[in-house]
Structure formats: C-alpha cells, structure tokens
Design a binder for this molecule. Structure first.
Ligand code: 5GP
Length: 175
C-alpha cells in the first residue's frame, strides 16, 4: 500500500455539516422527553458517534458492539460473528444503530435481527456512508449521511489494515 495521503472524497467540513443536519433530523423524529440509545458498531463508527451525539440537543445514552464479517475470497460469506456484546439490555428503549458504512448490507442485516430480538421500543439505523450498488441484501437504513460510489474508502474511523482511522476526512487510497 502507498504511503501518500489518500485523495479527499469528503472533507472534514462536508462531514461536519452533514452530521449536524443528520443529528437534527434524528432528534426531530422522536417524541420530546424520550431518551435515545445509540449503539455504535466498533471500530469504524466511533468518530461518527462522537460527532453525532455532540450535535444532538436531547438526552442520549450510548453503548458499543463489535462484530467481524468474514470474506471468503473476493465475495463476502455473509457470516458475521459478535466480538463484543452490549453492556445493557434494549427492552423498551429507542435504539439507533450507528454504523460507519453499509456495503453488502450483510453485517447490518445481522445486527438488526439480533437487536430487534431484544425488544426495543423502536429500532432505527444511522450510517455515515452507503454504497447501494454493492447491496446483496435489502436493509432498511432510516438515516444516511452520504451515498457513495463503489470505492474503498478510509479515514474518519474507517481503516485499511487498521491504519487511516485517524484521518479527519474520508478519502480513497491511491494506487
Ligand atoms: P457489509 O456487511 O455491509 O458488506 O460490510 C460492512 C462493513 O464492511 C463496514 O462496517 C466496514 O467495516 C466494512 N467496509 C465496507 N466498505 C468499506 C470501505 O469502503 N472502507 C472500509 N474501510 N471498510 C469498509
């Protein structure tokens, strides 16, 4: 992999402006006075969660879950494994899954199924990025930051071999 900086696809300003709008949209979608419980999927969504909750002016609680998906060859197997479960239950809560990027949709389909089974009051999903052309399964995503082309992106929490998560922007690796 190259050492040159990734080419900017979405700048820090683009990301922050979109997250402010997304936070307002999410806040407006629930009755006043009800807490929102945001479940971020590690590791990629940690920066998105941090900026999203700081842009929300209503009570929120947070929790984290980690999963890993296995790719076999160049095709995703659809096998998803839980690495870290949540610290608390979801029953009766307004739960929002906070995900970095929806690609094939397999990871999100798994997450929605297992979290739905825990009887939340409501269950919605917010993802920063979506690559609709790559979908293998239809998944419902109520809040999408940006729809992007089929490019492998890094930065703002997203990695390549655990690098680049600290970039303040989203970029594409140069060949
Ligand atoms: P899916 O199950 O939707 O195919 O995959 C979702 C996961 O694959 C994301 O949470 C992310 O970890 C990873 N992923 C998918 N596309 C990209 C990408 O363009 N860049 C990076 N860094 N990770 C990606």
């Amino acid at each position: 992999m190259p050492d040159s900086s990734p080419t900017v696809l979405l700048s820090t300003a683009d990301i922050q402006a979109r997250i402010a709008a997304l936070a307002a949209e999410i806040s407006a979608g629930y009755p006043a006075g009800e807490d929102l419980h945001l479940v971020a999927i590690l590791k990629g969504a940690f920066l998105f969660l941090g900026d999203l909750i700081r842009a929300m002016d209503r009570p929120v609680t947070i929790d984290f879950m980690a999963v890993s998906s296995y790719a076999k060859g160049t095709t995703s197997s659809g096998e998803v494994r839980m690495i870290k479960d949540l610290d608390s239950g979801l029953e009766g809560r307004n739960v929002i899954i906070v995900e970095d990027i929806v690609d094939t949709g397999l990871t999100l389909a798994y997450l929605q199924e297992i979290l739905h089974a825990r009887s939340p009051k409501t269950l919605r999903t917010a993802c920063l990025l979506s690559k609709p052309s790559r979908r293998k399964v239809e998944v419902k995503v109520e809040y999408v930051g940006f729809t992007i082309e089929d490019r492998f992106v890094v930065g703002y929490g997203l990695d390549y071999a655990e690098r680049y998560r600290n970039l303040p922007y989203i970029g594409v690796l140069n060949e």
